[in-house]
Design a protein around this ligand. Sequence first.
Ligand code: NAD
Length: 459
Amino acid sequence: MTEEIFNNQIDKAKKNRTSPLQDRLNRLLRLKEWIKDHQKEIEKALYSDLKKPSTEANITETSFVVMEINHALKNLKKWAGPHAVKTPSIMMGTQAYIQAEPKGVALIISPWNYPFSLCIGPLVSAIAAGCSVFLKPSEHTPHSSALIRRLVAEVFLPEDVMVYEGGVSVTEDLLTLPFDHIFFTGSTKVGKVIMKAAAKNLSSVTLELGGKCPVVIDKGYDLKDAARKIIAGKFMNCGQTCIAPDHVYVHEANYEEFISLLIEQLRASYNPKEKGYDQTKDYGRIVNENHMIRLQDLLNDAQNKGARLLEGGKYSIDNKFFAPTLIDQISENMQIMQEEIFGPILPILTYHQLDEVIEDIQNRYKPLSVYVFTKEEYVEELFRSRTSSGSLVINDCNIQFVHNELPFGGVGRSGQGRGHGQAGFMAFSNPKSVLKQRTGKTLPRLLYPPYGLKTKGLV
Ligand code: NAD
């Protein structure tokens, strides 16, 4: 069955090469209409899976995808080309351009933390590029996954898009097929499995992976502004965000004031009447028991090795509730500094000189994002030139994700390739180089044997 659908998708992908762009635009318009008509159902599924607050679901899941669709609708013609290129003197008389063509059949594998947008967002790029698609949503968010299956069945034909639900074994089966492109969003560990499987068929890959995103607050920066933005970026979706601040470096002279502001901001955001962090509707839940235990272990290990609890720290495995938690007195031997936290625990570290922080970032795996709060241009420049990351954001957190003119992705262990907007379109496209020569004309004679007649002037 799967192979039959795969072959049908190959046939459809061939047709997509010559069918008008309007067909792709129509598919995108149908997708957009469905999302708009089913907004409440999408929110409900996200609530069932992650107790996601509806405003958060709206901003980070549905609105994000609708924005991606609108951007593609507006720009598809321009992205597709042809894009003429300049003619170098040696090629005088020829014409050349780049024409984007669909790669063919794509596999999109998505994670559970933003189960709608991280599945449907790449789908928008794949449809815009003219690919046929196999979608594999995460098995850990079954309500969202079932809704995505319904969406696809109601909006697309199986030869255009097909959903495969299930866990590791389903993905392993799919990975045996010779996809033209695999777009994977998930952990670094599974990213390696995907790349290995892709190598067997030489499928190209986009890997959107994880990492530890550091935040640095320069000495002279407005601490209140930093606290507000860090709390929002970290605790949205209970810290289960790939680009969430992982840990914070603050100058030792600002430390006490910053901690008070951070706690104040945290309480104002999620515990306004001091009824407890589990009482607000604006704070979701951890995806499952395994992740609850993982986070509990991280916190216990840190505390056993001397970390101090500043705020939060309560959790209930039964309710999958883990309070927003701040800790300090951090040391490198703690597990929490070795792996991506991916949950609502924020370690706060101090520094004496920015050089120490830069060195610390350089010594770790390259992160998806580095966040620097500073008023000084030379500090921006220091981090831009001396640290490597998928993105660098000055004076805010997480907002780079929604800038649809900025390619999104990681570097090294945090990923490879880029998604969103035109970069997403290009991930699923082959930029074909087309060159036209005139009949009866050649490049300079020296390229034709017998050689050695006119070699003067060669480098
Ligand atoms: P995961 O790697 O466990 O799972 C992702 C997908 O891979 C799921 O669909 C899952 O079914 C499949 N999978 C899991 N194990 C597999 C295996 N052995 N073989 C084949 N397929 C397998 O990731 P997750 O727990 O769903 O998501 C959390 C991770 O994703 C975090 O590390 C986070 O940083 C990362 N992430 C990255 C981005 C980004 O854009 N860079 C966005 C969101 C999440």
